[in-house]
Write a protein that binds this ligand. Structure first.
Ligand code: BGC
Ligand code: BGC
Length: 841
């Protein structure tokens, strides 16, 4: 859809509407989470048998322990509490780090120096210096404790412009090559050191059992064996080898095994869900990668957002303390996930001694750190957080810092590799990434031995993924969702098209790029690159795993009908049902999310190496076969776990059934679509205070309308006879506070048929007397002039700033005016906006 320029409106002076909130909705009680004690129900004896004692391979260094004793003896309680709290750089200044003695900072996926997603690498280094220097500034007689900075370098140092971007873990899983991931760890650590960071929140050791989950691509596979074989080499690549002089120093950094435990076992495709299973199953499926990670000396373990049998991991003392610390002898620290403590029963993001008591050592409190600091300090003074527990957490943090030599390392820019920007995306690192791409592609079909292609031929390169680094690099790339980036944000990268073009040029062939598949002379072959758009975490959760993409399918069919052999290059973060696409392709390559090196893809298409990637996830036979895993009873995938053709294999594939199973779509982000309110929502209209589905036509009317399909929209008409409201109301209030930290927005598609004759307010409501929003009149007037469909996207953060309590949104959208107005609305969603975005600041 073309969005007219008038759609971009600067909402300055965002103000809280003085309008009394018209809806009186009974907010039902939120379901109380199960009591944490149920997890500890297994008797001590049974527990000991389940989780045998593990000998630590890592000896405590008496000298380090003595230093820790001295430090702890000299520290104030304020300083101790500061050490266990981690703030996000978007919400904390170096001066805060100094004043509150914060032990660590992080940059979340959307946080970057100066709030610029594509801030240059030198700004990152400067910020690292500033935080470090603040933490070391003299402060009365208190000992100086250097701050450390953690970042999600999950496929290379992916927040940094110019960094090498390796394939996401799903692709590395296909490579089945532990030595490869060791070298990737080494390269990633060096690139992090260039920008002055100390610590990565990687590797993800999730064993992913349901591919609807938006984090499937962050896992190495569906069976624990791949992650178990990768954990040690990858961690040693990142941290160095225990006992070596440069362990955690020099070219190395601190690694994190995450997310403990059972993050990939929340069937249902729900992020932050509940892994419901017996403890022995939890152990057997999800814990195997953690043991080699601990053996390799991983210094931090991140606690999972998810629950096990109804108990949030952030409050599970039995697993955090009894298992990880006591039985497994882990002597590093447990870090929480993004405000994850706030989800524990009885906790809020700003008050949660229960997590520390359960065993958490560092609260990841991105935006909540200041109030959390205050309450935690009070609990430490009053005993709800026992001093012994606080001291133990601090001891662990200091131990890691001492091991990593941060006390005497000096400013990040002065450490080895600090500021050596030429190492970001260096030729050597990119060659390694290209090698990883070559190893990760899985060949699923090769009818008539179409591959390898002859680079001397006339080749058409089509599909919206062909020349698209945003798509090729996926989520966790420069932004959290990986969206909103442009070609110039990837100076050290090659798109798949660019890789093919270089290869073909060198061989004297002819390559033509046309996303839509247009050509003048009939090509010998067409390569069509398509697949999922980027996503991260819950934004990637899906109701099923059917891949729907009418445009690419039509393109493949059209090319095939013209007698042109087709190669599909499929970009995705999971195994998906693609039967129609397989039928329409002569060759089909599962390419996952390959990262910055498109040349690695062309290497494989032209036979520079043979395919050796093997499926890390079973490939589904039906769109509703969402949790098909090797070892399941009745296991019946289309391509089994471990499948992958080589060029020598017989690559024919008999035509596959194309009927797609339909599924109940219940996307909570859909407020209105296809002519009706989203699941769990209602459209109500009427005078403020008495909304209903059909109040009579005096003040306001809602009628079905057509945009593309019959009755796919709603026409809302305000008569001007008095104040009236149209609202999308939720059956139960929803906590949108996480969503409002990022780039997610309320996106409305509408057309204005009668411009407003009085002020219009766009509001979000959060219970009685709780609402906030913006004047929308000028924008609607502008849209009326164009007469076109308009997309309005208001960042959720704007509503938060306008006073909405985002933890209990019961009315995600409401339009109010006393004047006349007529609009047709075709959709309203909470999404990563396609653009443009209204600026509230
Ligand atoms: C992510 C962060 C991200 C934030 C945005 C979190 O869940 O992990 O990295 O920046 O959400 O809201
Ligand atoms: C994610 C973690 C990540 C953290 C910091 C969370 O939302 O679950 O994997 O490390 O944010 O960005």
């Amino acid at each position: 859809m073309i969005v007219p320029h008038g759609a971009v409106l600067a909402l300055r002076n965002a103000s809280l509407m003085a309008l009394a909130w018209p809806l009186a909705l009974g907010a039902g009680p939120l379901c109380a989470a199960a009591d944490a004690s149920s997890a500890a129900a297994a008797s001590a004896q049974a527990h000991a048998e389940l989780w045998p004692q593990r000998e630590s391979k890592l000896a405590l260094d008496p000298e380090v322990e003595r230093k820790i004793d001295d430090l702890i003896a000299a520290m104030s309680v304020e300083q101790k509490v500061g050490q266990i709290i981690q703030a996000d750089i978007a919400s904390v200044t170096p001066d805060d780090v100094y004043r509150y003695h914060l032990g660590s900072v992080l940059n979340g996926g959307n946080s970057a120096p100066g709030n610029r997603y594509n801030a240059p690498a030198r700004d990152w280094l400067a910020a690292a210096d500033a935080f470090y220097s603040a933490s070391m500034k003299p402060n009365a007689k208190l000992p100086r404790i250097p701050v450390i900075w953690g970042s999600d370098a999950v496929h290379g140092h992916n927040n940094i412009v110019g960094a090498t971007l390796f394939p996401h873990n799903i692709g590395l899983g296909a490579a089945r090559n532990p030595d490869l991931v060791r070298r990737i760890g080494e390269a990633t650590a060096i690139e992090m050191r260039v920008t002055g960071l100390d610590w990565t929140f990687a590797p993800t050791l999730a064993v992913v059992r349901d591919d609807r989950w938006g984090r499937t691509y962050e896992g190495f596979g569906e069976s624990p064996e791949i992650a178990a074989s990768y954990a040690a080499p990858l961690i040693e690549g990142l941290q160095g080898k225990v006992g070596d002089k440069d362990w955690l120093r020099g070219p190395h950094i601190i690694a994190t095994a995450k997310h403990f435990l059972g993050d990939g076992g929340t069937y249902g495709g729900k992020d932050q869900g509940d892994a419901q299973m017996p403890e022995a199953t939890l152990r057997d499926l999800f814990s195997p990668p953690y043991l080699p990670a601990l053996d390799a000396g991983v210094q931090s373990v991140m606690v999972s957002f998810s629950s096990w049998n109804g108990v949030k991991m952030h409050g599970n003392r039995s697993l955090l303390t009894d298992v990880v610390k006591d039985r497994w002898n882990f002597d590093g620290f447990l870090v929480g996930d993004w405000n994850g403590h706030g989800q524990v029963a009885g906790c809020t993001t700003t008050d949660c001694p229960a997590s520390a008591v359960a065993g958490l050592d560092i609260y990841m409190a991105p935006d909540s750190w200041k109030d959390l600091y205050r309450t935690t300090l009070a609990h430490a003074k009053q005993g709800a957080l026992p001093m012994a527990r606080l001291d133990d957490a601090v001891r662990r943090i200091l131990r890691v810092k001492l091991r990593a030599g941060v006390f005497e390392a000096g400013k990040p820019s002065q450490r080895p590799y600090g500021g050596r920007f030429e190492l970001l995306g260096s030729a050597e690192h990119r060659a390694l990434a290209r090698e990883a791409v070559r190893e990760s592609l899985v060949l699923l079909k090769n009818a008539g031995s179409l591959l390898p292609l002859n680079p001397g031929a006339n080749i058409l390169v089509a599909g919206d993924g062909a020349d698209n680094l945003t798509k090729q690099t996926g989520g966790w790339t420069l932004s959290w969702q990986g969206t909103g980036t442009k070609r110039s944000d990837f100076p050290n990268a090659q798109s798949i098209w660019e890789g093919i073009a270089a290869e073909v040029k060198a061989a004297g062939g002819m390559a033509t790029l046309s996303a839509e598949g247009k050509f003048t002379t009939k090509p010998d072959v067409a390569i069509v690159v398509f697949g999922e758009d980027p996503y991260a975490e819950f934004q990637g959760d899906r109701p099923d795993i059917g891949y729907d993409d009418a445009r690419s399918l039509e393109l493949l069919r059209k090319l095939k009908a013209a007698g042109i052999p087709t190669v599909s290059v499929f970009l995705s973060g999971r195994a998906m049902w693609v039967n129609p696409f397989l039928n329409a392709s002569d060759a089909f390559v599962a390419t996952w999310l390959p990262g910055s090196e498109g040349g690695g893809v062309s290497d494989m298409l032209f036979g520079k190496a043979d395919f050796r990637g093997k499926l890390p996830y079973s490939w589904p036979k039906a769109s509703d076969q969402t949790a098909v895993n090797i070892g399941d009873p009745g296991y019946d995938p289309l391509f089994p776990y471990g499948f992958g053709l080589t060029l020598a294999d017989e690559g024919e594939l008999a035509p596959l059934p194309e009927a797609r199973a339909s599924v109940a779509v219940a996307d909570p982000g859909v407020l209105f679509a296809a002519g009706k309110p989203g699941a769990g929502h209602r459209l109500l209209i009427g005078p403020p205070g008495s909304l209903s589905t059909n109040p009579g036509p005096d003040l306001i009317e809602a009628r079905a309308a057509d945009r593309i399909a019959q009755e796919d929209s709603v026409r809302l008409r305000w008569t001007g006879a008095g104040q009236a409201v149209a609202a999308i109301v939720r059956e139960a209030p929803e906590d949108l506070s996480r969503q409002s930290n990022g780039e997610l927005a309320l996106e409305i598609e509408l057309k204005v048929d009668t411009p407003p004759t009085a002020g219009v307010s766009l509001l979000m409501g959060c219970g009685a007397q709780c609402a906030g929003g913006f004047p929308l009149g000028p924008m609607l007037t502008a849209a009326a002039k164009t007469g076109q469909w308009t997309r309005i996207a208001v960042p959720l953060s704007c509503f938060a700033e306008a006073g909405v309590d985002m933890t209990r949104v019961d009315t995600p959208l409401s339009l109010a005016t006393a004047g006349r107005l007529e609009i047709v609305m075709s959709s309203a969603r909470i999404v990563s906006p396609s653009r443009p975005v209204v600026q509230c600041k």
